[in-house]
Ligand binder design. Structure first.
Ligand SMILES: Nc1ccn([C@@H]2O[C@H](COP(=O)(O)OP(=O)(O)OP(=O)(O)O)[C@@H](O)[C@H]2O)c(=O)n1
Ligand SMILES: C[C@](O)(CO)[C@H](O)COP(=O)(O)O
Length: 260
C-alpha cells in the first residue's frame, strides 16, 4: 500500500473533533467574538484546539468559525502552529447546534468517532479528551464528561425580572451532574440526530419541545443512550467575566508549575 494511502487509513482510525466557535459571547460582555478573546495572551480558540491536539486519539480538528471570518481564523490557527494535527476551518451558523452540524459535514465519511468541544472551554485536561474518546471506542454511542454539583439546585417558576420566583422543588443533588465538553459520539449517531433536529425545526409543531443546549441532549431526545465519564473542574466554560479571571489564574498556575 502506498504511504499516503496508509496515512489516510491511519487518520480514519482516529477520532475527529468539531469545535463550534461562532458564538458572540454576549454574556462575557463587549469585545471581540468570544473564541478570539485572549487568555494569557492567546485566543480561547487556540487553547481549545491545542487541548484537543494534545490527545493522541484525535487526528483531525474542524473549527466552525463566525461566518465570513474563516480566513482570519485559519490564519490565526496557522500562526500558532498546532502540533501537526490536521486543522480545518468552516463557516459556523446562527446557533451552536447549526455550527456543530456544519462542522460535522466537513469530516470525512470514514471517520467513525467524533468529539464536539466548545471553543469556550480552553483548559480541558487531555485526560478528559482521552477518556471520552476511549469510552466511544469501547462501544458507547454518546459520552459526556461531567462533574458533581457544589450547590443545591431548585426548580422555579420563572417570573419577569425583579419579581421573586416561587420554588417548585429541590431535586436530589446526588443524581445531578454539570455536563462539560468534549462530548463524544459514534459519528452515525451524531449525524442522524442533527438531521432529525433540522427536519423538526423546518416544520415546527405547535407544542415543540424546547431547544436542547448540547449534542448529547439531541441523542437523548431521539431515544439514544448517553453515558457519563468523569469531567474536570478546570474544564469549565468561559461564559461570564469572572470565568475569565478564574481561567487566567488556572493558566498562570499551569505555566508556573507544569511548563504548560
Ligand atoms: N452560533 C453559535 C453560538 C455558539 N457557538 C459556540 O458554542 C460554544 C458554547 O456556547 P456559549 O458559551 O454559549 O457561547 P456563546 O453563544 O458565544 O455565548 P453567549 O450565549 O454568551 O453569547 C462556544 O464555543 C460558541 O462559540 C457557535 O459555534 N455558534
Ligand atoms: C455544550 C455545553 O457546554 C455543555 O455544558 C453547554 O450546554 C453550552 O451551553 P450554552 O447555552 O451554549 O452556554
Amino acid at each position: 500500500m502506498a504511504t499516503k494511502e496508509r496515512n489516510l487509513n491511519a487518520t480514519a482510525q482516529l477520532a475527529a473533533a468539531v469545535v463550534p466557535a461562532a458564538g458572540r459571547g454576549e454574556r462575557l460582555g463587549p469585545g471581540a467574538p468570544k473564541a478570539l478573546r485572549e487568555l494569557g495572551g492567546v485566543p480561547l480558540l487556540v487553547h481549545a484546539v491545542r487541548a484537543l491536539a494534545r490527545s493522541r486519539a484525535i487526528g483531525l480538528v474542524v473549527v466552525a468559525a463566525p461566518a465570513g471570518g474563516e480566513a482570519e481564523v485559519a490564519a490565526l490557527l496557522d500562526s500558532h502552529g498546532l502540533d501537526g494535527k490536521d486543522v480545518r476551518v468552516v463557516a459556523g451558523g446562527a446557533t451552536r447546534q447549526e455550527s456543530v452540524r456544519l462542522g460535522l459535514a466537513a469530516i470525512p465519511a470514514d471517520v467513525e468517532v467524533v468529539l464536539v468541544h466548545d471553543a469556550a472551554r480552553p483548559l480541558v485536561p487531555v485526560e478528559v479528551v482521552d477518556a471520552v474518546a476511549a469510552a466511544v471506542r469501547a462501544g458507547a454511542e454518546a459520552v459526556v464528561p461531567a462533574v458533581p454539583l457544589a450547590d443545591t439546585v431548585k426548580r422555579v417558576e420563572p417570573q419577569p425580572a425583579g419579581r421573586p420566583e416561587p420554588v417548585l422543588d429541590t431535586p436530589d443533588r446526588a443524581t445531578l451532574r454539570a455536563v462539560q465538553t468534549p462530548q463524544g459520539f459514534r459519528r452515525d449517531t451524531l449525524h442522524e440526530v442533527h438531521l432529525k433536529a433540522l427536519a423538526e425545526e423546518s416544520a415546527p409543531e405547535p407544542d415543540a419541545l424546547p431547544p436542547v443546549t448540547d449534542d448529547a441532549g439531541l441523542v437523548e431526545r431521539y431515544g439514544g443512550r448517553v453515558v457519563v465519564v468523569p469531567g474536570h473542574e478546570e474544564a469549565f466554560k468561559v461564559t461570564r467575566p469572572l470565568d475569565l479571571v478564574l481561567a487566567e489564574a488556572v493558566l498562570a498556575r499551569r505555566r508556573a508549575t507544569d511548563g504548560y
